[in-house]
Design a binder for this molecule. Structure first.
Ligand SMILES: NC(=O)c1ccc[n+]([C@@H]2O[C@H](COP(=O)([O-])OP(=O)(O)OC[C@H]3O[C@@H](n4cnc5c(N)ncnc54)[C@H](O)[C@@H]3O)[C@@H](O)[C@H]2O)c1
Length: 379
C-alpha cells in the first residue's frame, strides 16, 4: 500500500524542533517515527494509554514499535479528567521506573488530551526528563493538545495548575482513529478547531466551516479530514514557535495567549456546573459566543462577523443546553479565571474573525458582561 502522510514541522530551534505526522493510518508509522526521533541506541518504549483506547489501537501501536526492535511495556491509566492527577502521575512514574526506561528511551502517550497531558508530565519528571512521543486519538488532542508542549495535572486548587513545558519529540496523529470517537467528543474537538481559526487565522476558519457545512465531521473521506487536521497543527505550531512558553505580559495578536479565546467563560461555565455538564470543548463553544458578544457590544466586532462565528459554532455540533444557567454565576466564576494579570481578568476578544485582541477586564463593564453571557447561553 502506498500511504502518504502530511508532515508538519514545529520549529523550535535546531535541536528541539519536531515533526507531526498526520493522516489516516499514520499509526503504522509510529515505530519508525519514534526510532527516528530517539535514535538507534534507544531500546525501550513505555506506552501510557487507557483501557478504552488501548483496546482499540494498542495492538497496532505496539506492533509498529516492535517492528523497530523496541521492547515495549504498557500501563493503562483510568479514563477521564479526574484521573489527571498527581496520584496518577506518581503511579505512572513507578511504572516508568519498573520498566527500566533509561534517559535515551521514550514514553509514548496513546490517547486523548488526558492521557497526553499525564504521560507528558510524567515523562518530564522521570530521570529529569525522557523523550515523549504524542499519539493523539481525539480530535481535540490532534488539533490542539498534542502540539505545543504544555503538560499538566489537576489539583484541589484547580484544573491544569501544576505542570511543565515538555515538548514532544514527535507527534503521530492518525485521523482514522477519529472514526470511533463519540459524537460529543467530536463536537468538543470541532469547537476548539473553530476557536483556532477564529482567534488567529481567517482562512483556516473559513476552511473549517466549509468542511463542517458539508456535514462531514468525522468523515470516511480521510484525505480531506487529514489535510484539515494538518492545517490546524500548522496553525498551532506557528503560534507555539512564536511564543513557546506563553510569556507573561505578551498580549499581541501573535501571542499564545490568544488561543485562550472562549476560555474565560468556557472555564467559568464548567466550574459553575461542577465540571459535570459540559465537555471542555463544548463549554468553549459557549465561551466563544460570549466573547464575541462582548466584542460586538463594545463596538469592536461587526454584526456579520458575530453571525459568522455563531454559524461556525452551530456547525461544530449540538451543545448541551445552557439557558437554565444563571449568567451571574458564570460572571462570578469568570472573575477568578486563572489567566489573570494583576488581579484582573484578561479577555481575549475579536476585532474580526481571525484577529483577536487582549482586553483588560476593567474595560468590560459588569452589566455588558452579564448581558453578553446571557445572550450566549440563550443563543
Ligand atoms: N496540553 C495542552 O495544550 C492541552 C490543550 C487542550 C486541552 N488539554 C487537555 O486535554 C484534556 C481533554 O482532552 P480530550 O478532549 O482529548 O479528552 P479525553 O482525553 O478525556 O478523551 C475523551 C474520551 O474519548 C476517549 N477516546 C479517546 N480516543 C478515542 C478514540 N479514538 N475512540 C474512542 N474513544 C476515544 C477517551 O478514553 C475519553 O473517554 C483536558 O484535560 C485538557 O486540559 C491540553
Amino acid at each position: 500500500v502506498s500511504e502518504s502522510f502530511r508532515r508538519v514541522r514545529v520549529a523550535l530551534g535546531a535541536r528541539r524542533g519536531y515533526e507531526i505526522t498526520v493522516g489516516a493510518g499514520a499509526l503504522s508509522r509510529l515505530g519508525d517515527v519514534t526510532r527516528r526521533a530517539v535514535g538507534r541506541e534507544a531500546r525501550r518504549v513505555a506506552v501510557i494509554s487507557n483501557a478504552r483506547v488501548f483496546a482499540l489501537y494498542g495492538a497496532r501501536a505496539v506492533a509498529s514499535l516492535r517492528g523497530q526492535d523496541f521492547r515495549v511495556a504498557r500501563w493503562l491509566m483510568g479514563d477521564g479528567e479526574r484521573h489527571k492527577s498527581l496520584r496518577t502521575a506518581e503511579r505512572a512514574l513507578a511504572f516508568l521506573a519498573e520498566s527500566g526506561i533509561e534517559r535515551g528511551d521514550a514514553v509514548v502517550a496513546l490517547g486523548g488530551g488526558v492521557v497526553g497531558d499525564l504521560a507528558g508530565f510524567a515523562s518530564a519528571l522521570h530521570l529529569r526528563g525522557v523523550a515523549v512521543v504524542q499519539v493523539p486519538t481525539t480530535l481535540l488532542a490532534q488539533v490542539d493538545a498534542s502540539v505545543g508542549g504544555k503538560t499538566a495535572v489537576n489539583t484541589a486548587a484547580g484544573k491544569n495548575l501544576v505542570g511543565v513545558f515538555q515538548q514532544p519529540r514527535a507527534v503521530v496523529a492518525d485521523t482514522a482513529t477519529l472514526a470511533t470517537l463519540p459524537a460529543r467528543e467530536l463536537t468538543a474537538g470541532w469547537c476548539e478547531a473553530v476557536k483556532q481559526g477564529a482567534c488567529g487565522d481567517r482562512k483556516l476558519f473559513e476552511r473549517t466551516k466549509a468542511f463542517l457545512a458539508e456535514g462531514k465531521r468525522a468523515d470516511a473521506d480521510g484525505r480531506r479530514l487529514a489535510e484539515l487536521v494538518a492545517a490546524h497543527c500548522e496553525f498551532k505550531a506557528r503560534v507555539v514557535a512564536g511564543d513557546e512558553r506563553e510569556e507573561v505580559g505578551r498580549t499581541d495578536a501573535r501571542s499564545r495567549r490568544v488561543l485562550n479565546f472562549g476560555h474565560t467563560v468556557g472555564h467559568a461555565l464548567e466550574s459553575a456546573t461542577q465540571f459535570r455538564r459540559f465537555r471542555h470543548g463544548e463549554a468553549v463553544g459557549y465561551g466563544m459566543l460570549a466573547a464575541a458578544e462582548i466584542s460586538f457590544r463594545l463596538g469592536m466586532l461587526a454584526r456579520t462577523e458575530l453571525e459568522s462565528l455563531r454559524e461556525a459554532v452551530r456547525l461544530a455540533g449540538r451543545l448541551p443546553p445552557a439557558d437554565d444557567i444563571d449568567p451571574k454565576l458564570v460572571c462570578r466564576a469568570a472573575r477568578t479565571d486563572k489567566k489573570r494579570r494583576g488581579g484582573h481578568t484578561q479577555w481575549v476578544l475579536l476585532e474580526r474573525v481571525g484577529r483577536a485582541r487582549v482586553v483588560d477586564g476593567r474595560e468590560v463593564p459588569a452589566s455588558l458582561l452579564r448581558a453578553s453571557v446571557g445572550a450566549a447561553l440563550r443563543r
